[in-house]
Design a protein around this ligand. Structure first.
Ligand code: SF4
Length: 92
């Protein structure tokens, strides 16, 4: 089968009880957090009306971009989802 056919089989289960990425509380977001509102491919990061960056991890593709960007600053906490949640890659 074509790759697109295989990718179409990916399933995303939202682990509502335990968001696996959290933004650390802040008054003013760091440059890295602001950048995430633009670069996250799933648009999980958004600026709220108080000028703080919030995350809604539903739909996160676990690309790791936010983790890498905020590694030095510690702006976010990133945990791998519990078994059975998150993106399940299914091939073949
Ligand atoms: Fe967005 Fe990727 Fe971070 Fe998920 S891992 S929130 S898709 S930047």
């Amino acid at each position: 089968a074509r790759v697109e056919d295989k990718l179409f089989q990916n399933r995303y289960l939202v682990d509502a009880g335990k968001p696996h990425i959290k933004v650390r509380a802040h008054e003013t977001p760091s440059a890295a957090l602001v950048a995430l509102t633009a670069v996250c491919p799933a648009k999980c990061y958004e600026m709220n009306d108080r000028g703080q960056v919030e995350i809604t991890p539903d739909g996160c593709m676990e690309c790791g971009t936010c983790r890498i960007l905020c590694e030095a600053s510690g702006d976010i906490e990133w945990d791998y989802p519990r078994g059975g949640y998150g993106v399940l890659y299914k091939f073949g």
